[in-house]
Design a protein around this ligand. Structure first.
Ligand code: KG4
Ligand code: ZN
Length: 339
């Protein structure tokens, strides 16, 4: 089964061709990073315009790279939300045009389901499994008992991890996208500040990163005002240690409580080397999987994989009323399971 994946929820225009929910025949990603860098973050209106400019080319390149014809596609899977509404609408509209033109069924995918299914490309999901979702917009722990069944057992009460990384990076003068720069600096710094670990000892799976973010920003501000010397690398290392301590401790506790067979890490922050090392070191009772770096951040291969499994489970496509939904809920799009 050939699934065409389409992703445009933020600042990457991406189209993929995935065979049988596993083999990536093409995954074209047109990144807008260099354009948004100038502004220190994604500018929604510019993102929409860039999607419009690039999307037709990305569709054609994916088809060419995969060596198939549009007529060969069995299903189109498109990110319907959450994300920037203008960006989403362009991917959804373009996907609908192709679907109508070639009479291909179309299915809407939740962006986070896509991030989770990025793990099925190089591994096989094994149930029950626990997904730690860490992206620019989400921080969640999700238990899955079967394909395409998601149960959110905890999530951030304020900022997402990626968002906190990006804001700390900005204050430290590191260029957008900040997360990856903080990660690089952390590798050469030391945890000399021992920042607070928010909600580390709460007996639930909720998170909070806004207080930690403000703590780091305020400390930096005060040091600047007093002309105190400091190393950016040490601030990065201290921040990263605090964040990863909380993420890993809660993930480990949830894996034990729910007796999962596998832990998977999903979303842009899954690319974080500090997190990858700590979680692999701390969780040894079950296998821990990460997508390879190219599938951690936004891409359409993950949407194609998720589309295959959603279709297997529901056995039905959407109709042409499918639309972008910037606030789509993960549990709202399909069945919730009793744990
Ligand atoms: O999943 P993603 O590509 O987009 C969303 O769905 O939000 O995640 C982007 C986020 C950004 O906040 C970015 O700074 C962060 O992932 N990120 C990282 C790393 N690489 C990307 N954060 C920490 N360490 C990294 N290596
Ligand atoms: Zn994402």
């Amino acid at each position: 089964m050939y699934v065409m994946g389409v992703e445009s929820s933020c600042d990457e225009t991406s189209v993929s061709i995935v065979q049988d929910g596993k083999t990536v025949l093409a995954n074209i990603v047109l990144s807008q990073i260099d354009i948004h860098k100038e502004y220190g973050g994604v500018v929604p209106e510019i993102a929409s315009r860039e999607h419009v400019k690039g999307i037709t080319l990305v569709f054609d390149q994916a088809i060419k790279k995969a060596g198939i014809r549009y007529e060969d596609i069995d299903l189109i899977a498109v990110t319907e939300g959450p994300g920037l509404i203008g960006s989403l609408l362009i991917g959804v509209a373009a996907a609908k045009v192709v679907a109508m033109n070639y009479d291909i069924p179309i299915i809407g995918i939740h962006h986070i389901a896509g991030h989770i299914y990025a793990n099925n490309i190089e591994h096989d999901l094994e149930f029950p499994c626990l997904a730690l979702v860490v992206s620019g917009g989400h921080t969640q722990l999700i238990v899955m008992k079967a394909h395409y069944q998601f149960n959110v057992i905890g999530e951030t009460q304020d900022d997402a991890v990626g968002e906190a990384y990006d804001k700390v990076a900005r204050v430290l003068g590191l260029p957008y996208p900040g997360g990856v720069k903080v990660d690089k600096m952390a590798a050469i710094g030391k945890d000399i500040y021992h920042f607070p670990r928010p909600m580390l000892d709460s007996k639930d799976y909720q998170f909070s990163f806004s207080g930690l973010k403000s703590y780091v920003i305020n400390m930096h501000h005060n040091m600047e005002q007093r002309h105190e010397p400091y190393e950016v690398a040490d601030i990065c290392a201290s921040f990263q240690e605090a964040v990863t301590d909380v993420l890993v401790k809660k993930t480990k506790a949830a894996a034990e409580e729910y007796g999962v067979k596998q832990v998977i890490v999903a979303g842009g922050v899954a690319a974080n080397r500090g997190l990858r090392a700590k979680i692999a070191r701390e969780i040894t009772s079950v296998p821990v999987c990460f997508p390879s770096m190219a599938y951690c951040t936004d891409n359409a291969a993950m949407i194609g994989v998720a589309g295959y499994f959603k279709f297997q489970r529901t056995q039905k496509a959407d109709d042409y009323t499918i639309n972008g939904n910037s606030r789509l809920e993960l549990n709202g799009s399909f069945d919730k399971i009793e744990l």
